[in-house]
Design a protein around this ligand. Structure first.
Ligand SMILES: C[S@@+](CC[C@H](N)C(=O)[O-])C[C@H]1O[C@@H](n2cnc3c(N)ncnc32)[C@H](O)[C@@H]1O
Length: 399
């Protein structure tokens, strides 16, 4: 029978440590002791734990390879092909033009990642994780778009030292300031708005499920992009009038979109900047979907105050975006931390941090509205139940 290995000695504590710190330090020593791994493998229960941890750690090390396998599948349109019908290796070689040996490796990798599944007769079909990718253009667009982020992250220390060098900066022209918006070519706005339009579908489903829009009369969506959300809302709740506010080039795209949907009579688009222009009034509900996380606290506070001013007494703000998950251990958190840093001035916030900003801006009765898939977005709701004394911050221009 193997004996327990001797752990590293405990560190020297500066002051009297709490029992938690002492316990954590003891666990650190045990878990890094050279003999522990071999000892743990000799017992069934600890072997199970070690195997799971090792597999998880290997996944962390292999993460880049996994994303590249997924990117290769997306670029080859492999998953959409398998959604049409399972295919043999030879059929896929003919379709993709890749050398047989290379494609075989890609398929073996995709099978182990559950993107692809082995079927009878040597054919390949769609795997459990490949199915949503094949079904949703928004996921495929994000996989392709992430290539820009991963280029920026090639040297993670360089990015941490100087996020201003990130290529992602030029993808999102509005993050630095008003001047960068004016200098950006029109195609930049079309490019990011198209990406937002396809990736917004998941958030729209969360919003429609989680909140009772029937009680409202008129909805203003600030930073509304091409109008996918207000269009879905107007189609679902036919009594609603809607407004959309976004930067002028994006508002123009939204106007085209809502007219093509036959919703021009119920959705009004407004071009402007929330850092410089007043928001349209008249709505009893303002929605802010995936906007706050793009901006620094001072800009978000300015925007929330402007929304408070634009709402009538009793009006509501609904803020939805990906937020830091409780405990800070969600696999999505590192993605958003780095994405928003590479993008410019934004940050991933906890629901509590956003609630504090909403409260400072004057909102009351602030609560988290539970929704089925918090990974896509979490939803905060706040009311305007009192007028604020005039605040110079709310009316001055930020940039
Ligand atoms: C990440 S996108 C989200 C778009 C949409 N709400 C969605 O969920 O797909 C942020 C939106 O905020 C808009 N935006 C950024 N800065 C703005 C500003 N200063 N004034 C108005 N809109 C702004 C952008 O043009 C963009 O459409």
């Amino acid at each position: 029978m193997s004996t327990l290995p001797t752990p590293h000695p405990l560190p020297a504590f500066d002051a009297q440590p709490s029992w938690r710190e002492r316990l954590a330090a003891r666990i650190d020593r045990w878990s890094t002791s050279p003999g522990l791994y071999r000892w743990a493998l000799s017992w069934p229960l600890s072997r199970w734990v070690v195997r799971r941890r090792s597999a998880r750690l290997f996944e962390l090390m292999a993460g880049f390879v996994h994303t590249q396998v997924l990117l290769a599948c997306v670029r080859l349109r492999l998953l959409e092909t398998l959604l049409d019908a399972p295919r043999t290796l030879d059929q896929l070689v003919a379709q993709t033009g890749l050398p047989r040996a290379g494609l075989q490796r890609l398929l073996d990798s995709a099978v182990s990642m559950r993107l692809v599944d082995r079927r009878s007769g040597g054919r390949y079909g769609l795997g459990a994780l490949g199915a949503p990718v094949a079904a949703h253009e928004g996921i495929r667009d994000m996989v392709e778009h992430n290539a820009t982020l991963y280029d920026d992250m090639r040297d993670p220390l360089a990015l941490l030292r100087d996020p201003g060098q990130a290529g992602m900066h030029t993808y999102w022209p509005y993050t630095p300031n008003q001047a960068s918006v004016q200098a950006a070519p029109p195609a930049t706005f079309t490019r990011y708005s198209a990406l937002m339009a396809t990736s917004q579908r998941f958030v729209i489903d969360e919003l429609l499920t989680a909140y009772p829009f029937a009680d409202h009369r008129r909805v203003l969506d600030v930073g509304g992009g091409m109008g996918g959300w207000v269009s879905a809302l107007a189609q679902r709740h036919t009594h609603l009038q809607c407004d959309l506010f976004d930067l002028p080039p994006v508002a123009a795209l939204a106007q085209d979109h809502v007219h093509r949907q036959g919703l021009g009579g119920r959705i009004t688009t407004h071009g402007g900047s929330f850092t410089a222009d007043p928001l349209p009034t008249g709505a009893d509900l303002v929605t802010l979907v995936r906007v706050a996380h793009d901006h620094a606290d001072d800009t978000v506070l300015h925007l929330l105050r402007a929304i408070h001013t634009a709402l009538p007494m009793g009006g509501t703000l609904l803020l939805a975006e990906p937020m830091a998950q409780s405990g800070g251990q969600s696999p999505s958190d590192p993605y958003f931390h780095f994405y928003l840093m590479a993008m410019g001035s934004g940050q991933l916030r906890t629901p509590q941090a956003l609630m504090a900003l909403m409260e400072t801006a004057g909102f009351t009765h602030i609560e988290l509205a539970p929704n089925p898939m918090p990974l896509h977005a979490q939803i905060l709701v706040g009311r305007k139940s009192r007028a604020l004394s005039p605040d110079p911050e709310a009316t001055t221009r930020l940039h």
